[in-house]
Design a protein around this ligand. Structure first.
Ligand code: BGC
Length: 338
């Protein structure tokens, strides 16, 4: 069942999507996932994502809690790129680089939307040619569908002119219901390689094997046993803040909190994910009067390789006029009883 639970100023709505198992609270502001309520193995319900009680924080702060990120998630080196022989300049909003679509990317836009059936919301936004420096009118849709314990998000876009696109969702998961940080979360990532980053979080172009590194999550490992290791890449990122390159075609990432029996399985059509251990949360006030610090959550940001426009021979982030960007990521929130 879907209903509008609050109407704020400027056409910003907050909606609840409910199934028998879970409830997801979303806003048409940045298509933001504000809450995900789920049971634990004893039937106790908690909210398993970070967010704010004060809505203006979504509009003014920059951690992208729960937000849809675009047009380009993650960084573009120096905020510059060349497409079809033309140079484009984007906002430099993260050290020397462009991050998460710029100053007023998709996370800060109000989408129009339609509740198309009792399980589905279609969010829509027309991003004008030149918005945040990107070329082409981009006609964009995000379809949120809740079925049982699974939230599926499908992203669709067409453009009036060749452009670049790399959309993700930036939810911060903490399956304990933020009773503790994520040290006791077990993580599995079906990736045998990850992309190295520099001190500004930008991929360097070096793709490294996970074997014999703290990045090897091909079998489940506790995040707490890995994240503080004295590894050059972890030190550069202040924790995990790296693109993982998937080997599997589905169920690529599993996050589990054994104490509560909660398990999140992420499945995507995209080739990788930025795994980020909330390294830059700075004690800000979040929901339920809680302060948020580094390691309080983990983001699983499915996407093409960050900075693909500079690093890949045939950049996967180019969307040509006449083509359709069509990617899907699903989040299965399961309770493992017993
Ligand atoms: C980036 C981080 C950044 C965070 C919040 C993540 O996707 O990789 O470096 O601090 O988003 O903006």
């Amino acid at each position: 069942m879907i209903k509008v639970i609050e109407r704020l100023a400027d056409g910003i709505d907050i909606l609840s999507m409910k199934s028998e198992q879970i409830e997801v609270v979303v806003s048409n502001y940045g298509c933001t996932i504000m809450k995900v309520y789920m049971q634990d193995k004893h039937g106790h319900i908690d909210d398993v994502v970070l967010g704010y009680d004060d809505f203006t924080c979504y509009q003014t702060l920059d951690a992208y809690l729960g937000a849809l990120v675009g047009r380009i998630a993650n960084r573009i080196g120096k905020g510059q790129f060349c497409l079809n022989g033309k140079e484009y300049h984007l906002a430099i909003n993260n050290g020397p680089n462009h991050l998460h679509g710029g100053i007023k990317g998709f996370s800060y836009q109000i989408f129009d939307y339609q509740i198309v059936d009792e399980k589905t919301i279609v969010f829509h936004y027309l991003s004008k040619d030149g918005e945040e420096g990107y070329p082409g009118d981009l006609d964009f849709k995000a379809i949120y569908h809740l079925e049982g314990d699974t939230l599926t998000i499908r992203y669709l876009a067409t453009t009036s002119q060749d452009t670049i696109i790399n959309i993700t969702n930036h939810s911060y998961f903490n399956l304990s219901g933020k009773q503790e940080n994520i040290y006791h979360h077990l993580l599995t990532v079906q990736a045998d390689q990850f992309a190295c980053i520099d001190g500004d979080g930008l991929p360097t172009g070096e793709i490294r094997a996970v074997k014999d590194t703290p990045f090897d999550f091909r079998t489940p490992a506790l995040i707490g046993e890995r994240v503080e290791k004295q590894d050059e890449q972890l030190l550069l990122g202040k924790g995990f803040d790296h693109p993982f390159l998937f080997t599997a075609k589905e169920n690529q990432v599993v996050l589990e909190h054994q104490q509560t029996g909660r398990r999140l399985t992420v499945s995507t059509t995209l080739p990788g994910a930025q795994i980020y251990t909330a390294n830059y949360l700075d004690g800000r006030m979040g929901k339920y009067g809680q302060h948020y610090f580094e390691r309080d959550a983990v983001c699983i940001e499915t996407q093409n390789l960050p900075d693909a426009i500079h690093l890949e021979k045939n950049p996967t982030t180019i969307l040509k006029k006449g083509e359709t960007y069509d990617e899907t990521t699903s989040y299965k929130f399961e309770v493992i009883k017993g």
